[in-house]
Design a protein around this ligand. Structure first.
Ligand code: ADP
Length: 248
């Protein structure tokens, strides 16, 4: 089996909006632990693809499997999230009035599905988990500060931390470095590289330098299908890719 180790399978997925094909028989395979970048001009279908994986949009045809056996098309958004597929949207949505620590605490408790869990104190294991996550995202020194005072980049890292609290096996990350300083972009590359392996990460980004610094494999979408896949060098030198971007 050539797809041994695949954690996310999309096969022949099509999505139409009022007769317009946003995804056109798209097939995509993500391996366990891999860090994949998705690129493509505006309107290529990147957002629609993320929406299909998370259950926000139902495809007209095709199949979407998590692992070998979990049919995501039979599950709603909440069940898909619970099964281990987490998503971070482009715009940070941290709770500004809460501290950095409290944001992570809330994300951890919200994960436990019952709101009554919010009333309970953290146990030692949960405190340790939050402590480790603070280290991972580089915000330990700011744990007691209100999230509202963080820089844009720090808010994005906090949100990645909040996503980690859900312990996802697949993290979908939408334009993580948009609006970041050069230094923040580099730090984000290090962060995502450190997070791959234990979980798969699918990143949608426009910043090609950033993609080059993190991705082993890049998938190029165009008109709702996969145009090509390969290393950054391979796809950037592909005449079809150049054509698609020049025509954008
Ligand atoms: P990308 O994220 O790559 O820019 P999208 O997935 O957002 O591309 O969009 C793909 C195409 O589908 C675009 O032409 C967009 O206008 C269209 N589209 C996306 N969502 C909807 C929707 N809810 N209703 C109608 N058209 C949509």
């Amino acid at each position: 089996d050539t797809r041994h180790g695949t954690i996310l399978y999309l096969e022949d997925v099509s999505v139409s909006f009022d007769g317009f094909r946003a995804l056109n028989q798209l097939s995509l395979y993500i391996d366990a632990g891999e860090l994949r970048c998705l690129i493509g001009p505006n309107g290529a279908g990147k957002t629609t693809l993320m929406d299909v994986i998370t259950g926000k949009t139902r495809p007209d045809t095709g199949s979407v499997f998590f692992g070998q056996t979990i049919d995501l098309l039979k599950m709603d958004e909440a069940a898909i999230a619970e099964a281990g597929i987490g998503r971070k949207f482009q715009k940070p949505s941290v709770f500004e009035a809460l501290t950095v620590f409290e944001n992570l605490e809330l994300a951890l408790k919200a994960n436990k599905s019952t709101w009554s869990s919010l009333l309970f104190r953290l146990n030692g294991e949960q405190r340790d988990l939050i402590g480790q996550t603070l280290e991972t995202i580089g915000l330990t020194a700011l744990a007691g500060k209100r999230a509202g005072i963080l820089s844009h980049g720090q808010k994005q890292w906090l949100e990645i931390g909040m996503l980690l609290m859900q312990e996802p096996l697949v993290m979908l990350v939408d334009e993580p470095v948009a609006g970041m300083t050069h230094q923040e972009v580099e730090r984000t590359a290090e962060l995502l590289l450190s997070l791959q392996g234990k979980r798969s990460i699918v990143v949608v980004e426009h910043d090609m330098e950033f993609i080059r610094s993190i991705a082993h494999k890049v998938t190029v979408l165009h008109e709702g299908s996969v145009l090509t896949e390969g290393t950054m060098d391979e796809v950037q030198n592909d005449p079809r890719v150049i054509q698609v971007y020049l025509g954008d």
